[in-house]
Design a protein around this ligand. Structure first.
Ligand code: SOE
Length: 391
């Protein structure tokens, strides 16, 4: 018999849709005992909430998120609202004993994130940060290849996360979707929004980042604000580049911008080790590229003229997550990364082995983001204070 997992969704934007899709499809693909039930969605506008609820099948709407986190018939609170709301909602949800799944970045500041970590520990509630890209099969395969020891000593980690949707000077800031351009609501620009993904993936694959030095830029200094109607100063970082030192002795470069004409969601990484390299590009999400050097040292004769990068189409049932979907050669998409994340979370509840990244893990990414922004201001190398045990 399945057990209900009653969902209270806060927010109705892009992520609200991505997560709702995951709740609806979970039992179609994963053999878990819990069955999500879409109970309530909260949004300030009742019209928006109603449209969302009708479309996705939520049983009721609320215009005050507090009603959702306090409701008896909610087991899990999903925080998909803008970044400046994560802290208050998570703290109240924890106090009410609800499980919490929170969109990235976890909070506006490290201080907030630390309090959220303490609250979920105090009230012993299951928790997860939606760093969905860990659940791309090709990225999960990269993790497996590294854990199998095939890359060897790590030298370099190189990440880019490029988009181009804020180049026009008449894109306003504030309001639905565009709150990402309003630092008062988002906390930062590309650092928290895009590099948080890159940092999460990097520390998952290559371990703790210990020190950073960064440069940020704001190309368009003023934009009209949707809420106030006035032209206001833009305080987000439009672009950010940083150098990183990892605890394992490797070094890294990270670059992110929303001003890379032609780049829509260009999230890439390359890792170079003594025995091999890995490369991934989200614009070709089903492929992981792998260069194997180890074979040269094996007893088998190596045919040097045939060595080269291998492009692995990660659609076999042996590849992470893929046995839950279709036949080899058929791809899954962006939405499945959320489905995979949810499945891992639910399996974590059921097995008693919590899935990662939980809040404590996501706090480490927040620490790196904060150190990056601090360094960009003072021009110095900054220690991140990442807790290696939390990764
Ligand atoms: C920003 O454009 C954004 O929607 C991010 O907020 C998401 O986290 C990223 O996955 C796609 O881009």
């Amino acid at each position: 018999m399945s057990k209900e997992l009653r969902i209270g969704m806060i927010g109705y934007g892009f992520m609200g849709r991505a997560h709702s899709n995951a709740y609806k499809r979970l039992n179609d693909f994963f053999p878990v005992a819990h069955r999500p039930v879409l109970k309530a969605v909260a949004a300030r506008s009742s019209e928006k909430a109603k449209g969302f609820a009708d479309n996705w099948g939520y049983e009721r709407i609320e215009t005050d998120w507090k009603k959702v986190v306090e409701a008896e018939d909610i087991d899990l609170v999903d925080i998909c609202s803008p970044n400046d709301t994560h802290f208050d909602i998570a703290m109240a949800a924890a106090k009410n004993g609800k499980m919490i799944c929170c969109e990235k970045p976890l909070a506006m500041t490290t201080k907030e994130a630390e309090k959220m970590v303490a609250a979920v520990a105090k009230y012993k509630v299951a928790n997860m940060a939606w760093f969905n890209y860990r659940r791309v099969p090709a990225i999960a395969l990269a993790k497996q290849i590294i854990e199998e020891g095939r890359i060897g000593r790590s030298f370099h980690y190189r990440a880019t996360y490029l988009q181009d949707w804020t180049i026009a000077t008449d894109v306003p800031q504030g309001g639905p979707g565009l709150w990402r351009l309003d630092a008062a609501v988002s906390g930062s620009g590309v650092t928290g929004d895009l590099l948080a993904h890159s940092i999460d993936t990097a520390m998952w694959l290559n371990g703790p980042i210990t020190r950073v030095t960064a440069k940020t830029e704001t190309f368009v200094k003023e934009r009209k604000h949707v809420v106030t109607g006035k032209v206001q100063k833009v305080s987000i970082d439009d672009a950010c580049m940083f150098l990183a030192e990892f605890a394992n002795g490797s070094i890294g470069t990270f670059e992110s911008t929303r001003y890379a004409r032609g780049r829509k969601n260009f999230n890439t990484f390359e890792m170079n080790g003594a025995d091999g390299s890995l490369y991934f590009d989200l614009e070709e999400p089903e492929y992981l590229q792998y260069f194997e050097y180890l074979q040269k040292q094996s007893s088998k004769k190596v045919e040097s003229h045939l060595t080269g990068w291998r492009k692995i189409h990660t659609t076999n049932s042996e590849h992470p997550y893929m046995k839950h979907y279709w036949v080899p050669g058929t791809c899954i998409g962006y939405e499945h990364t959320f489905l995979n994340a949810l499945a891992d979370f639910v399996m974590g509840i059921e097995s008693g082995k919590p899935t990662q990244p939980d809040f404590r893990n996501a706090l480490q990414t927040q620490r790196v983001c904060e150190a990056v922004l601090k360094s960009a201001k003072n021009g110095k190398w900054e220690k991140t204070g990442v807790d290696a045990k939390a990764l």
